[in-house]
Design a protein around this ligand. Structure first.
Ligand code: SF4
Length: 297
């Protein structure tokens, strides 16, 4: 085998592995949160960015093999940003044979008119986009709206809420829309952004740049994103641990009386599953834990 053949085989092998991993993670998220059910008509929001292309591609692949039957329809909102290459998405979607709708709505001019020069325009822009997408979902009879947010978006949002919002919350994998009429799902919730970026590159998706509007990404989000990436480089596994924590919440060990009835808490004679090691500080080093266990036995 020539060196070129060996390199291309290795590239193919890596691509298959990545595709399988992403498919498995999306399949698991769908099952864990019951995101897609028999007969669903799933509207996939396609911005032209790497994440939404990957989302559509993986959902198509699951659709081809899943026992649950569901439909996919791709929707792109053409927000009339200057230089938006209108032909790219229709050409791509026609080539892969996915039904689609392109919705033209000039949110760009609205945002430019209402937001003073130099201010971040993303929140108003996203709000207008969301409204348009919900309306289209109704018109198309979609039962689910799939968005391309991934694990790193979820962690970023968690820290944004923690640092600036005074709330312990993030983007949920499944939610009911503000108007109560749509179910929004995030099937990429378990996928890492770097895997999606690598996948988009391997698949050669025709990416449309996201900064056509000329707006900077929200500065706070940028800072939090960089902080997370630094942690990922410096402390491998930290992002995974934080993400696990989001799936392992103990209201009795937080401070929200609306989630846990602290007022009526009483001591009894039975062991108490929500109990604590009282005044001990938490330790996370396995050898110390083991030592404690061995002295107890
Ligand atoms: S970067 Fe531009 S298009 Fe994207 S959300 Fe912000 S304002 Fe809207």
């Amino acid at each position: 085998m020539s060196t070129t053949e060996a390199v291309s085989r290795k590239a193919q092998h890596d691509m298959n592995k990545l595709h399988k991993r992403l498919r498995r993670l999306v399949g698991t998220a769908i099952a864990d949160f019951n995101m897609i059910e028999e007969g669903d008509r799933v509207m996939v929001c396609l911005s032209g960015g790497k994440d939404s292309y990957a989302l559509l591609d993986i959902l198509r692949s699951l659709q081809a093999h899943a026992q649950t039957r569901f439909e996919l329809i791709a929707v792109n909102l053409d927000q009339k940003q200057p230089g938006f290459p209108e032909h790219v998405l229709p050409e791509y979607l026609s080539a892969i044979g996915v039904p689609f709708r392109i919705v033209e709505q000039d949110t760009y001019s609205v945002v430019k008119r209402l937001i003073p020069e130099g201010k971040t325009t993303c929140s108003l822009c996203s709000r207008l986009r969301r409204g348009a997408l919900y309306r289209v979902a109704g018109e198309l009879g979609a039962t689910k709206i799939a968005l391309g947010h991934h694990r790193d978006d979820i962690l970023e949002t968690l820290f944004l809420n923690l640092f600036y919002g005074g709330k312990l919350k993030t983007m949920p994998p499944k939610l009911v829309s503000d108007d109560g009429r749509n179910i929004v799902i995030r099937p990429l919730a378990y996928c890492k952004e770097k895997d999606l970026a690598a996948y988009a590159e391997m698949e050669n998706f025709p990416i449309i740049p996201c900064n056509l509007c000329g707006s900077q990404k929200n500065l706070q989000r940028q800072v939090v994103g960089e902080m997370l990436q630094q942690w990922d480089r410096k402390f491998p596994g930290r992002l995974e641990t934080m993400f696990t924590a989001l799936q392992n919440i103990q209201p009795s060990h937080l401070l929200d009386p609306a989630l846990y009835d602290f007022k009526r808490l009483k001591a009894g004679n039975e062991p108490f599953p929500d109990g604590d090691k009282a005044f001990d500080s938490e330790t996370f080093e396995p050898d110390v834990e083991e030592l404690l266990h061995s002295t107890r036995d």
